[in-house]
Design a binder for this molecule. Structure first.
Ligand code: GTP
Ligand code: MG
Length: 171
């Protein structure tokens, strides 16, 4: 068949936001991990959509590893940025990390698509995707295509809509 286009995808966001759980759900079921543990450093994963073959840099969100993120910015062709919608206390930290990302010289002037997952929408006190996008001031992102989806990565809800959007931005 047709060879799928290869895309390097960066998966970013604070620790415990659900990055690894999301990427795991996107992998074929026979390649999915049963137990998800906090990522140490980063992990390279792969998944495919109908037209694309993604190589994912699933980065650790822990503070001590966040300085690793920028080393992969140059190679990244798309970004998934995950937010824990129930973690109101750290929403300001997530915004700081997002702003640092957006202002980085290897990201700043590139029209790289960013898919946001307002994850953990199943939590009773989760903020809506609209509220998360307001708190992160996503409307201020003018030079990149972006999209936000509410998701429940444990059940796998909301992920396909996001990945469909990402695929449309890339082909
Ligand atoms: P680091 O690797 O430390 O940066 O964390 P991470 O962003 O990869 O988070 P991970 O996928 O390891 O998930 C952290 C915890 O959140 C796990 O216990 C997951 O089961 C849980 N989790 C992930 N997504 C959801 C969700 O949508 N809803 C709920 N309730 N829990 C979730
Ligand atoms: Mg992880």
């Amino acid at each position: 068949g047709l060879k799928k286009k290869e895309v390097n995808l960066l998966c970013l966001g604070l620790d415990n936001s659900g990055k690894t759980t999301i990427i795991n759900q996107l992998k074929p079921s026979n390649a999915q991990a049963q137990d998800i543990v906090p990522t140490i450093g980063f992990s390279i994963e792969k998944f495919k959509t109908s037209s694309l073959s993604f190589t994912v840099f699933d980065m650790s969100g822990q503070g001590r590893y966040r300085n690793l993120w920028e080393h992969y910015y140059k190679e990244g062709q798309a970004i998934i940025f995950v937010i824990d919608s129930g973690d109101k206390l750290r929403m300001v930290v997530a915004k700081e990390e997002l702003d640092t990302l957006l202002n980085h010289p290897d990201i700043k002037h590139r029209r790289i698509p960013i898919l946001f997952f307002a994850n953990k929408m199943d939590l009773r006190d989760a903020l809506s995707a609209v509220k998360v996008s307001q708190l992160l001031c996503l409307e201020n992102i003018k030079d990149k295509p972006w999209h936000i989806c509410a998701s429940d990565a444990v059940k796998g809800e909301g992920l396909q809509e996001g990945v469909d959007w990402l695929q449309d931005q890339i082909r």
